[in-house]
Design a protein around this ligand. Structure first.
Ligand code: G6P
Length: 375
């Protein structure tokens, strides 16, 4: 009821602001990286499956999910290959279940789901199992769900109940769970030094504080939202680890504002979407200070040269300054590998405040459901 909303106008806003708490809860009790974090649930007093053994047996990962959960999987691919060195495929569950694929029994099948009841994701899991892939793990927000029951291993995110149809806190907690999975696999493959383990854990524990300072950017995002509310199209650009964040930002905007939004890997700009750029098409760029920044900057110049108006989420140390047609929000700190968890937050807020300005039904957008349990 309304009482539970506290100072917030909608559940979506409340859930965006709950992210520091949701991440802290999801990481609670994680003292070090051990496979046991992913052990299966106890059944009838019998201990669940051992992640230790499963991790030894697998040499690749196949991620299956839908919607926002699919995008957290897309981000995790960069971690799993870049940190753990484990070849990783990410596939939309409804595609995977109906296509001919080449199964490898040494695959860890990872489903990602807020509800644990999405029909396509469950069917994709069962399809993978029918092809002989028995090593299954879920990153899921509902401990009692079908997904958790049907997977050998599980990591339960502690986002808490998510009511807004557009997923927010479930996404960032999935990313936290997937980062832990990456570290656990890296360790079992002998690729995680003790120093790296300590450093990553420290960075993860600092996330709630870092998220809090990103949430403090809300007034600046509100100013962007006033511009966006008058537009009918928007383009989101990102590279590498932040390409999935651009995808998620575009999805959020579509879901709650009904503005047509597309995301592109920034390097693909000149292969099509540049033709769409006019002063009526705002372009959002996710620009962390990583190895690809210089490349992204030249993509941004291409947009400016065509009269496109840019909205850039830049890191504190990226030297991109606001100017005519270029709006910059500076992120409070540079966060390396975990930066997607922070960069997505202003994009959630942008979708939320644009929706408020347009007067849409934020928590229950037309035609959409929280959980899609039928095909
Ligand atoms: C629906 C929801 C999305 C969600 C997707 C997958 O489309 O509106 O917010 O990302 O289902 O749901 P799941 O529960 O499997 O994460």
């Amino acid at each position: 009821g309304a009482a539970e909303l506290g100072p917030y106008r909608h559940y979506m806003q409340k859930e965006i602001f709950e992210q520091p708490r949701a991440i802290a809860d999801t990481l609670e009790g994680v003292e070090g990286i051990v496979p046991e974090l992913f052990d299966g649930a106890e059944v009838d007093g019998q201990p669940g499956a051992s992640a230790y053994r499963v991790f030894e047996e697998i040499d690749q990962v196949l991620i299956l999910a839908c919607g926002t959960s699919y995008y957290s999987g897309c981000a995790a691919k960069y971690w799993l290959e870049g940190i753990a060195g484990v070849p990783t495929q990410v596939e939309i569950a409804s595609e995977y279940r109906y296509r001919d694929s080449v199964p490898n029994p040494r695959t860890l099948v990872v489903t990602i789901s807020q509800s644990g009841e999405t029909a396509d994701t469950l069917a994709a899991l069962r399809h993978a199992r029918s092809l002989g892939m028995a090593q299954t793990l879920t990153i899921c927000n509902v401990a009692t769900s079908a997904m958790v029951r049907e997977c050998k291993l599980a990591y339960i995110t502690r986002a808490g109940v998510e009511i807004g149809v557009a997923s927010t806190k479930a996404f960032t907690t999935q990313l936290a769970g997937l980062f832990l999975l990456t570290l656990a696999l890296a360790q079992s493959k002998g690729r995680l030094s003790e120093e790296d383990e300590a450093r990553y854990l420290k960075e993860m524990r600092h996330l709630p504080v870092a998220l809090q300072s990103v949430l403090a950017l809300e007034p600046q995002v509100v100013a962007w939202a006033e511009d966006f509310a008058r537009k009918e199209n928007a383009l989101f650009l990102g590279r590498g680890l932040h390409y999935p964040i651009a995808l998620e930002g575009a999805l959020k905007l579509k879901e709650v504002t009904y503005i047509h939004a597309e995301a592109y890997a920034a390097g693909e700009l000149k292969h099509g979407p540049l033709a769409l750029v006019t002063s009526e098409m705002p372009v959002v760029a996710v620009a962390p200070n990583d190895a690809l920044l210089d490349k992204l900057k030249s993509n941004l110049q291409e947009v400016r040269a065509r009269g496109g108006v840019l909205y850039v989420l830049a890191d504190g140390d990226t030297h991109i300054e606001s100017s005519e047609g270029l709006h910059v929000i500076r992120m409070p700190e540079h966060y390396g590998r975990l930066s997607p968890l922070l960069h997505v937050v202003p994009l959630q807020l942008l979708a939320y405040h644009t929706a408020c300005a347009r007067g849409t039904d934020v928590d229950k957008p037309r035609n959409l459901a929280k959980s899609v349990t039928v095909e």
